[in-house]
Design a protein around this ligand. Structure first.
Ligand code: S3P
Length: 176
């Protein structure tokens, strides 16, 4: 079974996902890291050249190449569910979980780490706030189609994992 964690940049998908996986002794993978390992260069470099279109192609491709024969939590990139038919793919091959945060929380978190995010690294703090509000509103159309929507400030990764593993239908439909 695969659990796909989705949500905006800076929502803590990797930390949260790693904790969920460790609770159950599952494997964890970060989609951006899989892309970087496959390509041998950073996401930032790929965005710079050949650019975002290429990044979205390989993102979709590498997502589909993740083996589905064992239990795994995958932290997706912020844009993963919003391109190609990645969201439909994830909803048909696993349990999608949206780690939800409001604009203020995302702004606070992203202000500290924007340097390594190609989409936002050159923005002022006002620009960043506008970008987050607009982009989050657009992307939530997709994020809200996740199987589970979780409050990112309140959710406990271990307890969430217990819920998914013990409550049908999450643990039935996608059982390998
Ligand atoms: C992106 C989010 C990033 C990374 C890329 C594009 C996005 O992942 O995939 O920079 O479109 O929101 P994180 O959400 O892990 O930062």
């Amino acid at each position: 079974m695969i659990i796909y964690l989705i949500g905006f940049m800076g929502s803590g998908k990797s930390t949260f996902g790693r904790r969920m996986a460790s609770r159950a002794g599952w494997e964890f993978a970060d989609l951006d890291s899989l892309i970087e390992n496959t390509e041998g260069r950073s996401v930032e470099d790929i965005f710079r050249d050949p650019g975002e279109d290429y990044f979205r192609e390989i993102e979709a491709d590498i997502l589909r190449r993740i083996p589905r024969d064992h239990n795994m939590v995958i932290a997706c990139g912020g844009g993963t569910p919003c391109f190609k038919d990645n969201l439909e793919y994830m909803n048909s091959t696993g349990v999608t979980v949206y780690l939800k945060h409001d604009v203020a929380t995302l702004l606070h978190r992203l202000s500290r780490v924007k340097k390594v995010r190609p989409l936002i690294k050159d923005m002022s703090s006002e620009g960043l706030e506008n970008y987050i509000s607009k982009k989050l509103a657009e992307r939530e159309v997709n994020y809200n189609k996740a199987r589970l929507i979780i409050d990112g400030l309140k959710a406990d990764p271990g307890k969430l994992m217990d819920v998914i593993l013990s409550h049908p239908p999450y643990n039935e439909e996608h059982q390998q």
